[in-house]
Design a protein around this ligand. Structure first.
Ligand code: NAD
Length: 355
């Protein structure tokens, strides 16, 4: 496993492999870019089948964070960390503290936040070892960024609906949500409140039944979520689910969801464009969480958080409009905008100021 020759390696600034025998920690921290500021990104805990799978994930996710943070207009670079393990079985306070120590050793180059498999309470344990942790409960609000992520997706999804269906609301539209976890549930709540017909699938039966009970969503089987005709498909589970196998089976007008790295291959957005499906780039519309933790960490007001999340919808509208005018995939426009910000003069690097 050579990191420098790995297909997903893209001049990452730092890739650190971490082990701690006492707690059983095995993790990888990847900082893709700190050009715009200390790299901020989630710490995911996932039962990867191999260290190679974990490396692939962290390299892709950290690069995605660079683009997401650049587009979001925050002074943060892109990074991510992954802990190899089952969050229900392998998680312990000593493991989280050991992870915190590894993050601390980077001296503020990377700031962790919660992600799939971790929670604000895990961040609190990590913070016993380092100040370089965001999304803590005491930082103005609950510490859970998921509602902000869901709101940013919802506002963007409505802009896509405006463009495709020429209507300002999701009332009466059919939305298939894959993954009804922290973000998916909140997104479903917003959609149902506006009159959408929401269907959902989840590998976790308890999560699915909660959405059925509390929001009256219609449950779908795992494969049906792709093929069941809908107006909007919202991937809110894991990455890589838009690919040459699934895209031809989709029966939707719009794809707009929270999951990171939805495209398995970088060029898969072209398959969606060729099929006339309007794709809202994930890193454009799911930035609500990172905007939320960034402002809270900076000690900014709740107004700053709300403005930052509302701006996602405006940004999505401008990118979708430009894509429509140029008749190209919105992914290309989003990448152009992110790269334009990244090509601006490099800031002076003072990572420790973010502690
Ligand atoms: P979560 O773990 O709370 O929810 C994910 C849900 O998807 C779980 O209920 C899980 O059982 C389900 N799932 C997993 N594989 C599935 C499959 N193949 N089919 C159907 N369901 C499946 O995670 P979350 O915090 O809601 O995040 C969801 C996605 O959004 C992740 O990709 C995450 O990286 C991304 N994201 C989250 C945030 C945030 O603020 N939480 C921010 C940005 C991006």
């Amino acid at each position: 496993m050579n990191t420098l020759t790995h297909p997903e390696f893209s001049n990452h600034e730092r890739v650190v492999f971490v082990t701690d025998a006492a707690s059983g920690l095995k993790a990888i921290i990847a900082v893709h870019s700190s050009q715009l500021g200390p790299a901020i990104g989630g710490c995911r805990m996932w039962p990867y089948l191999s260290a190679s799978d974990a490396l692939t994930d962290v390299l892709r996710l950290s690069r995605g964070m660079t683009y997401k943070n650049a587009l979001a207009g925050i002074a943060s670079g892109g990074g991510k960390s992954v802990i190899i393990g089952d969050s229900k079985r392998d998680k312990s306070a000593s493991l989280m503290r050991a992870m915190g120590k590894a993050i601390h050793d980077l001296g503020g180059l990377y700031i962790a936040a919660e992600d799939s498999g971790t929670s604000p309470s895990d961040m609190a344990v990590m913070a016993e070892s380092t100040p370089y942790v965001a999304g803590l409960d005491h930082e103005l609000g609950s510490g859970d960024p998921s509602p902000s992520t869901a709101l940013g997706v919802f506002l963007s999804l409505k802009k896509a609906v405006l463009q495709r269906f020429d209507q300002p609301s999701v009332n009466g539209l059919r939305v298939n949500i894959q993954g009804i976890g922290q973000v998916g549930f909140e997104l479903a709540r917003l959609l149902v409140a506006e009159g959408a017909d929401v269907r959902a699938s989840d590998t976790n039966r308890t999560a699915l039944l909660r959405a059925v009970d509390e929001l009256s969503v219609t449950p779908l089987e795992h494969e049906e979520i792709f093929t069941n005709p809908c107006d909007i498909f919202a991937p809110c589970a894991m990455g890589g689910i838009l690919n040459e196998t699934t895209i031809p089976r989709l029966s939707t007008q719009i794809v707009a969801g929270a999951a990171n790295n939805q495209l398995r291959n970088e060029t898969d957005h072209l398959l969606l464009h060729e099929r006339g499906i309007l794709y809202c780039p994930d890193y454009l519309i799911n930035a609500g969480g990172v905007i939320d933790v960034y402002h809270r960490r900076q000690g900014h007001s709740i107004d700053a958080v709300q403005r930052g999340v509302a701006d996602i919808g405006e940004r999505a509208q401008s990118i979708l409009t430009e894509a429509h005018a140029r008749q190209i995939s919105p992914e290309i426009i989003a990448a152009e905008h992110a790269e334009a910000r990244l090509s601006q003069p490099v800031r002076a690097k003072t990572h420790s100021a973010a502690a």
